[in-house]
Structures are given as C-alpha cells and as structure tokens.
Write a protein that binds this ligand. Structure first.
Ligand code: ZN
Length: 122
C-alpha cells in the first residue's frame, strides 16, 4: 500500500508513543516506503560495536580494525507514532492537504487542521 506520508524531512514532530513519548524533535529522514521517520534524538538506541577485523582484498599486511564501542543511533519509528508540530500555532496537529493553484499549476499544500494555516513554507 503506497501511502503518502504527511511527515517530511525537516518537520518538527511530537512523539506520541514509545519511550520518548511527549518529546519533540526534527525529522532527519523520512522513509515513506517503510512508513517510518527518523527523528533527531528520539528513539535513540545504543549500538554496541565490537572491534572487528576488516576483510581486505589484499590479504596481506596487518588486519585493520574498526573501532569498537557504543554509538547512539536514532532508530526509525512508525509515522503513526508522531504528530507534526505546526510551525504556525506551535502545537501537535493532524495534517490535511488542500489543492492550490500557483501559476496555473495545481499543487497540494499541507495545512494544519488546528489553525488552518499552511505548513509548507515554500
Ligand atoms: Zn497550526
């Protein structure tokens, strides 16, 4: 089911569910195919990396090692767990779309269901 996401990269979203519920963050990546978004500092998982020898094609010389340790990685979360924060009224809102004609071209713009203002600043 190809569903268009109402959330886009750069949007500020309010997290509804999960361990970071109630927090807000900026979308750093939108993954429409998975219906997920990656949000800055939200749903951060600690990835434990073990130092590991890199397989090199030369087969000669000392083994190169990747540094081990723990890294913080924001994991994608389902888009249904977040709400877009309207940049106009500053509140989490549902997003609607309206058709608008600009220079004889019909475009869809996203609007805030709360205040009715356009969210996309283009
Ligand atoms: Zn609004």
């Amino acid at each position: 089911m190809a569903q268009t996401m109402k959330v886009r990269k750069g949007d500020v979203v309010h997290v509804l569910r999960g361990k970071d519920a109630g927090k807000e963050g900026r979308v750093v990546e939108a993954l429409p195919k998975q219906g997920r978004v990656v949000v800055e500092n939200i749903n951060v998982v600690k990835r434990h990396r073990r130092p590991r020898a890199i397989q090199n094609t030369t087969g000669m010389g000392g083994a190169a090692m990747t540094p081990g340790g723990i890294i913080d990685l924001p994991a994608p979360l389902p888009v249904s767990n977040v709400m877009v924060v309207c940049p106009v009224c500053g509140k989490p809102t549902r997003v609607g779309t309206v058709e608008k004609t600009i220079k004889d071209k019909t475009v869809r713009v996203r609007v805030c269901k709360r205040c009715g203002e356009e969210i996309d600043r283009t």
